[in-house]
Structure formats: C-alpha cells, structure tokens
Design a binder for this molecule. Structure first.
Ligand code: ACO
Length: 303
C-alpha cells in the first residue's frame, strides 16, 4: 500500500510486529477482556467496583462512553459510574491519577482503569509516516486502598500543552467539522501528525515527568527498578534513558511486539512485565506517557 520496508520501520521505530483488531471487534470488546483479566488478578468481583475509567481516543461511539459498555459486559453494578477520558497516549496515566485521588479521598474503594485503543481504524493507511506506528490493544488495572505494607501509588503528575494541538490530532468528526462527504474525502477523521515535532516533545515531556516523579519521592535514578514507559518509538526511549540516567535495562520494552497502542501501551507493558515474573513486591516502578494534546504525565508506584 505504501513505499516502506521492514528494515526502515525496525530501525527508525523499533517496531517489528503489532496486532490489528478483527473487523467485528470494537474498543469495548478489547477493554472488556482486559477488565476481566485485571479483576481476576486483583481478586475482586465486578460488583465491588465503584468507578470505571476508560482512557481512549477510539471509543465505540461518541455516546455513550466505552465505560458503559464495559460496565454492562463485565457485570458491574447498574449504578457504578464510569466515563471515558481523552488524553490520547497519556490516557492511562490520567486515569490512574484520577483513580488514585478517588481512592485516597474515600469516594471509591475499587476503581477499574482501562487504556484501550483501536487506532487501526483511525490512521490513514496511505500515510507511511503514521500508519506503520500504531497497533490495537487494551490493558487494565484495579486500583484499591493500600494495605499499609508500603505498596501503592506514591505520586502521579499530569500535564498538557494546548499550544501544540496541531502537531498530533484528528481534526474531523466532531462538532468543529462534523462527518460529511467532504470531511471523509479530506481524511480529516484520521490521525494527522508532524512526527519530528512529536518526537521532540516526547523526549522532553517524558524525561521531565520521570525526573519530577523521582524528585517528588526523593529517589535517585539508580533506585528505580523498572520504567514502564509508553511505547512510541525505541529512539524516544533511548533519549529518555540518556536524559534521566536510568539504565536502559530497567526500561521494560515491548514496542517490537505491540507497536504504539496509545493509552493501552503502559498497562499492556505492565501486564506483560508482571506475567513474565519481572516485578517483585515493593519494587519502584515509574510509568510515563505522552501523546496528542500534547498531554503527558508520570506515576511512581511501589508494586
Ligand atoms: N517508511 C519509509 N520512509 C518513511 C516512513 C516509512 N514508514 N515514514 C517516513 N519516512 C520518510 C519520510 O518521508 C522522510 O523522507 P524524505 O526525507 O524523503 O521526506 C524520511 O523518512 C525521514 O522522515 P522523518 O520524519 O525525518 O523520519 P524520522 O526519523 O523522524 O521518523 C517517525 C519518523 C518514526 C514518525 C518519528 O518522527 C517518530 O517516531 N515521531 C514520534 C511520533 C510518535 O511516536 N507518534 C505517536 C503518537 S505520540 C506518541 O506516542 C509519543
């Protein structure tokens, strides 16, 4: 379809394979699978959830939220609130931050936070600078009160810079430019990106938010056990490594197998690291992500 090569993609991004959802699948289908696995890992039932947050820019439909489909699919309480939040690749970190505050304030005991993205439906398969980057997927966690054993979320920091909106956005399909034949012809319903700018913002935003997470917790780079980063481009992560001083072997990397799954990226990586037995209790984990908005953030967790 496009003039590219496996060698270019692997060398410039680190991506070797990715997953594309089946035509009959929607975001809530993947989100439901991730949610059920997270509930099983957490050892709680769907009825115990007090809130469902779904970070996504590829919801099933504009209304209702993807969270409502998940509520129905997993059998959560019929009065369990839920909503989608739009922070692109930072959606999971934003959701984690909200969940942390709901649990800390006592307004919720258990919050389900999902990152799900089906960007294969929202990229221009004729644009080689974007269509090679994204994969589909979902990841989820359950956030609950800490049991006083030192484990838990120690900090979250979230940021956004609206002056950079046009570097990465989907301009059509909303109230500004509603669906029309002209909108479709101009491909305004698809991802538009200035890759070089986003690359620069990503290196800067990810590095600074990781450093902020360390400073807020008086941690030295050498004390970080794992960075679970947004998997956008291996070269971005190498630059973040240099700027933060955290050794590359502490970065959990799965971009070669998943590509960039946007808001699902961090929870998928977390799940894979956990299931591979790489995470030990009370290890220090730093999450970080940046995407359209430009929105970004970090979290420090003791596993
Ligand atoms: N195959 C072959 N050539 C390509 C491809 C491709 N898939 N894509 C771009 N090129 C070409 C360009 O057309 C250009 O050719 P030209 O010099 O003849 O014009 C050449 O490669 C260099 O293009 P650059 O944009 O300079 O390539 P760069 O090394 O910056 O890599 C990339 C492009 C991979 C998009 C990079 O800029 C990037 O990763 N940016 C971050 C974007 C990102 O990750 N976005 C995801 C959402 S946000 C986030 O998750 C952080």
């Amino acid at each position: 379809m496009i003039d590219t090569s496996d060698a270019w993609i692997a060398a410039r991004t680190g991506i070797r394979q990715r997953h594309v959802a089946a035509p009959e699948e929607a975001s809530s289908d993947m989100a439901t699978q991730a949610a059920l696995r997270a509930l099983e890992s957490a050892g709680i039932t769907a009825e115990q959830l007090d809130l469902i947050i779904v970070g996504t820019i590829s919801p099933d439909m504009p209304m209702p939220s993807t969270a409502m489909f998940v509520q129905r699919n997993i059998g959560a309480r019929r009065d369990c609130p839920g909503f989608d939040l739009s922070a692109a690749c930072a959606g999971f970190i934003y959701g984690l931050s909200i969940a942390d505050n709901f649990v800390r304030s006592g307004q919720a005991r258990y919050v389900l936070v999902i990152g799900v993205e089906l960007l294969s439906r929202l990229v221009d398969w004729g644009d080689r600078s974007t269509c090679v980057l994204f994969g589909d997927g979902a990841g989820a966690v359950v956030i609950g009160p800490s049991e006083g054993d030192g484990r838990g979320i120690y900090s979250t920091h979230i940021y956004a810079d609206g002056s950079k909106i046009e570097s990465l956005y989907i301009p059509g399909g909303g109230s500004r430019t509603p669906p029309s034949e002209e909108m479709l012809r101009n491909k305004q319903h698809l991802v538009h990106m200035t890759g070089k700018d986003v690359f620069r913002y990503a290196v800067k935003g990810l590095s600074s938010s990781v450093r902020t997470a360390l400073e807020a917790n008086s941690l030295a780079p050498a004390e970080v056990d794992w960075v679970i980063p947004h998997q956008a481009n291996i070269r971005i992560l190498e630059a973040v490594q240099t700027r933060t001083g955290i050794p590359m072997e502490r970065f959990f990397i799965n971009i070669d197998k998943t590509a960039n799954t946007s808001s699902a990226s961090v929870p998928i990586a977390l799940d894979q690291a956990a299931r591979a037995g790489k995470l030990q209790p009370r290890q220090s984990l730093v999450f970080c992500a940046l995407g359209g908005g430009i929105a970004w953030g970090s979290a420090l967790v003791r596993w």
